[in-house]
Design a protein around this ligand. Structure first.
Ligand SMILES: Cc1cc2nc3c(=O)[nH]c(=O)nc-3n(C[C@H](O)[C@H](O)[C@H](O)COP(=O)(O)OP(=O)(O)OC[C@H]3O[C@@H](n4cnc5c(N)ncnc54)[C@H](O)[C@@H]3O)c2cc1C
Length: 490
């Protein structure tokens, strides 16, 4: 078998020549990698980052840039929102479950204010402006928004809602090109450079190198197909991203998302998980996925979302990722958005970051019965749903799914519906099991000596549910921990 075709560890004794050496070797120059590199350098280590592509950034630089933070950050306070670490913890425990790593959630929430301050101190700017309308992202450069359904059922009555989606301020924002994620990464990459962090691009991790005691002491990589061996005197940090683009792994662990990777990059091929598995690393929540429903939330809040039986199943004013999960996981990936003409016109007048999704409905009709028939739904299914919805909507209430009264209005005619069957996509959230020091844990529960990891190569704070900002959030947070731990050889 060719040298590059195995993920089994390479014994250090077989290495004849080290091409590069550093105290801490970070693999992957996205959000987790850059934060690990900065903190390792702050801790006095000589740091080298290996990156498969031709530059820093990863998925992080292409992302919307939400970082999920709270507990009373300076930005929340400045914009008049009260929040506590306890409320944040209660919300995340409920929204990201079931089965969250409680110690991680507690740690993350109780150190969230400090993490926000760290980002600001390292050059990440946040604009002091709140965006309070439905959306995946703010339409412009606003710095704070609800990004997990905190102010919608079923969470709005759990703890007082607070917006926690923090966005790096972006000058000349361009969707998918230069968004909040770019403005998060740019100052952090500049800071790493300023701290003397070295980098080697076009270098692709293939295997880990271990000594006779089982300690990870380096990385076996390739550059343009040729072997490159890198020695890590203190530790290796894996920050290579998720397995969303490894079709075989997705089929095995998270099959519902198979064939529909979105909000990810092709470099997320699961290699970091596999090389650590080859050392006996434990895994967690490999079935967890972020799922987006590709539709403008400004439209959804003003209509009703129904399944293949014409029934409502999720409150339409919640976080769009929560709707996406409900559609893909519970409704066989079948959903329709039903909206009347007046509500549609109103939605089209609003601001949105997703104006390209503002297309005409798939079907339009003069009556509900006609629409139901055009959609191919069994007779009286959509009609009874709308009858019932309208009955309560006259009083502005939604006793079944508890949509907030500001969005509850009877659905009139003429009306239309969008065919959203199959309109979901997402990325994987599961990965290596790590402790609060970002040490990679062996299946025995002990840390694997010399091996640290953060970002989507690990299972972070999400176990099943998701809120926008959790990936950049736990990636940056536990990336920092990984850098410190590797530098100190914890
Ligand atoms: C359009 C879009 C919008 C998004 N919006 C948000 C958002 O608003 N909030 C949020 O929290 N998340 C968002 N995400 C998801 C988020 O960007 C990622 O989950 C996050 O960047 C993961 O961090 P990471 O450090 O694990 O991976 P990355 O940031 O992708 O970094 C991983 C790096 O490792 C490199 N790499 C991979 N394999 C190798 C190898 N073999 N050798 C060397 N290097 C390798 C990659 O090239 C990459 O540079 C979005 C993603 C996209 C694409």
């Amino acid at each position: 078998m060719a040298e590059t075709a195995t993920v089994r560890p390479l014994p250090a004794g077989e290495v004849e020549n080290w091409d590069y050496e550093a105290d801490v070797v970070v693999v992957g120059f996205g959000i987790a990698g850059v934060c690990a590199a900065i903190e390792a350098a702050h801790s006095g280590a000589d740091v080298l980052v290996l990156e498969r592509t031709g530059g820093w950034g990863g998925a992080a630089a292409m992302s919307g840039g939400f970082i999920y933070l709270g507990g009373g950050t300076a930005l929340q306070q400045k914009l008049g929102f009260e929040d506590t670490a306890e409320n944040m913890e209660a919300f995340l425990t409920a929204a990201l479950g079931p089965g969250v790593d409680k110690a991680k959630i507690h740690d993350y929430c109780h150190n969230s204010v400090e993490h926000f301050d760290w980002l600001v101190a390292h050059g990440v700017p946040f604009k002091e402006e709140f965006w309070g309308e439905p959306g995946y992202e703010p339409p412009a450069d606003q710095g704070l928004m609800y990004s997990g359904g905190e102010n919608a059922a079923p969470f709005k009555d759990l703890v007082p809602p607070a917006p926690r989606g923090h966005l790096a301020w972006t000058k000349d924002k361009k969707l998918g090109e230069k968004g909040g994620g770019y403005m998060l990464m740019e100052p952090l990459a500049a800071k790493a450079d300023e701290l003397g962090v070295r980098h080697e691009y076009d270098v692709r991790l293939r295997r880990l190198i271990v000594d006779d005691s089982g300690r990870v002491v380096g990385v076996a990589a390739t550059r343009y197909g040729k072997p490159v061996q890198v020695r890590a005197r203190r530790g290796v940090v894996l920050a290579t991203g998720s397995f969303a683009y490894n079709h075989e792994m997705v089929l095995r662990f998270a099959p519902k998302i198979a064939g529909r990777p979105t909000a990810t990059v092709e470099e997320h091929d699961g290699i970091g998980i596999q090389v650590a598995q080859a050392l006996g690393a434990d895994l967690a929540h490999m079935d967890a996925t972020e799922v987006a429903l590709v539709v403008d939330p400004q439209l959804v809040a003003r209509g009703i979302l129904v399944n293949g039986h014409g029934q409502r199943f999720v409150t339409e004013d919640t976080y769009a990722g929560r709707m996406g999960q409900a559609v893909l996981q519970d409704q066989d990936n079948k959903a329709y958005l039903v909206i009347d003409e007046l509500a549609l016109e109103e939605a089209m007048e609003t601001q949105s970051s997703l104006s390209f999704l503002r297309v005409a409905p798939t079907w339009v009709a003069e009556t509900v019965a006609e629409l139901e028939s055009d959609m191919g739904l069994p007779e009286r299914t959509l009609q009874s749903t709308i009858d019932l919805y309208n009955h309560h909507a006259q009083q502005g209430s939604d006793p079944f799914l508890h949509k907030k009264s500001e969005w509850v209005k009877p659905i009139r005619t003429p009306l239309g519906a969008y065919d959203l069957r199959g309109y979901t996509g997402g990325f994987t959230l599961g990965g290596l099991r790590t402790d609060l020091d970002s040490r990679v844990l062996h299946v025995s529960g002990d840390p694997i000596p010399g091996l640290y990891a953060a970002g989507r190569v690990t299972s972070g704070i999400c176990a099943g549910g998701y809120a926008s900002g959790c990936s950049l959030g736990d990636g940056s947070f536990y990336g920092r921990r990984a850098g410190v731990s590797a530098a100190k050889q914890l």
